[in-house]
Write a protein that binds this ligand. Structure first.
Ligand code: HSE
Length: 429
């Protein structure tokens, strides 16, 4: 084993960074044996020094991240700061100084992944980011390496633990969205400002990264259609139950059947209870991959939290250190297909449409004819009469989002339709 240590700069010492520092210290001998050289934590850059950081070597703390990255002897930079800047320029500086980078920064990779990959390739170093998508779950490496000889057609994932916890609570207790969010906040799943999670931004960034790797093309967060779960009601959840489904916030990345384009989207959807993703409860994540030769695969586990995310970071650290010792780099970005990302209105899926209508002769026929006019074929209709009005639940066969939107606009204009209570996509069949 080489005795000269590989030097690591850690940028960020929050929930994930402090776990990385702790494991690097306590498991130093094992990590060295697996890598073939000791790894030494050379410095830890933080925004504010002087905070209590139990288990983190105080003498390594600095507030000068730039100086740490640029000091000239760093082999690997671990970036667990998050956000676009200063992370981006620190990563680029690391490359310029010949350091490989391990990052957990989904927002940055979903925005500027292509640029960062080019910079890493030019510098002859690695950029690894297993922790950026679904925490501890090995996903980037299986997609990039294990499935590199296959053709991935679809990736369907629950990639945000906070929203899965909220939807699971609504499903298991009948609670409304606000009540379930309150519980998620009290238990520490949801942040004080939950926007990134509940509006789907976090999942959209992860979808962009997954789609890019799965389909060997460039997809950014801006290409991902996004709807959060704030509009999901207890009635939607009950309606899903009545048809043997459960509501999940899904990240869906698909290659078009003709292979000429891709789509990436994040939105709540009903999935049948028989689908493996339906059994993903609480704050767990899971990603279901459909590949031509491999068939259907599912990756499941904790998608967030200090220790699980640190596990993914350290796995990458071992990999990039091994590459360094071999004088090599791992697989880089593969974007040879250059498939355009299609807009949402061209996406084809099934829909659950819930209407409040007048309960009188001819209304069902009127509603059915609006679907027919727009070429949207009905699969099932469930009607329940109340005092003078009725609830009508229509589930369609596959249709484009554009056709469904036009159908709904027309339904809203009908005198007999009092309200379009909810529209939800149906996936996973
Ligand atoms: N906030 C995310 C979640 C974890 O709830 O899954 C970090 O991506």
């Amino acid at each position: 084993m080489r005795t000269r240590p590989l030097k690591v700069a850690l940028l960020g010492c929050g929930v994930v960074g402090s776990e990385v520092a702790r494991i690097m210290t306590t498991d130093a001998a094992d990590l060295a044996a697996r890598i073939g050289a000791p790894v030494e934590l050379a410095g830890i850059a933080v925004r504010r020094a002087g905070r209590p950081r139990p288990g983190v070597p105080e003498h390594l703390i600095t507030t000068d991240a730039e100086a740490l990255v640029g000091r000239g002897d760093i082999d690997v930079v671990i970036e667990v700061v998050g956000g676009i800047e200063p992370s981006k320029h620190l990563i680029l500086a690391a490359f310029e100084h010949g350091a490989s980078v391990v990052s957990a920064n989904k927002a940055l990779l979903a925005k500027d992944g292509a640029e960062l990959h080019s910079a890493a390739a030019e510098a002859g170093v690695d950029l690894y980011y297993e922790a950026a998508v679904a925490g501890a779950i090995p996903l980037i490496r299986p997609l990039r390496e294990s499935l590199a000889g296959d053709r991935v057609n679809r990736v369907l994932g629950i990639v945000n633990g906070t929203t899965n916890f909220i939807l699971d609570k609504m499903d298991s207790t009948g609670a409304g969205y606000s009540e379930a969010l309150e519980e998620a906040t009290a238990l520490g799943y949801a942040e004080a400002d939950p926007t990134a999670d509940v509006e789907g931004f976090d999942a959209a960034a992860k979808a962009a990264i997954l789609a890019g790797i799965a389909f060997h093309t460039k997809v950014t967060a801006a290409d991902v259609y996004r709807e959060g779960l704030t509009e999901v009601t207890a009635a939607d959840i009950a309606s899903a139950k009545a048809m043997g489904c459960v509501v999940k916030l899904l990240a869906i990345c698909e290659r078009a059947v003709d292979g000429e384009s891709v789509t990436a989207r994040v939105h709540p959807a009903m999935i049948p209870l028989s689908h493996p993703l339906a059994s993903v409860r609480e704050a767990y994540n899971a990603v279901f991959v459909e590949a031509e030769a491999a068939g259907r695969l599912m990756f499941y586990g904790p998608g967030a939290g200090g220790a699980p995310t640190a596990s993914a970071v350290l796995g990458d650290l071992v990999a990039v250190c091994r590459n360094k010792l071999n004088g090599a780099t791992g697989p880089g970005h593969s974007v040879y297909t250059q498939l355009p990302a299609k807009p949402m209105d061209q996406v084809i899926t099934r829909y659950h449409v819930s209407l409040d209508v007048d309960d009188r002769a001819g209304v069902l026929a009127q509603v059915a004819s609006v679907f027919a006019e727009h070429g949207v074929s009905i699969d099932t209709v469930r009607q329940q009469g109340r005092d003078g009005d009725a609830s009508l639940v229509v589930v369609t066969h596959r249709a484009t989002d554009a056709a469904l939107s036009a159908t709904v606009d027309k339904l809203r204009a009908l005198d007999s339709v009092r309200d379009v209570a909810s529209i939800m996509r149906v996936e996973g069949e």
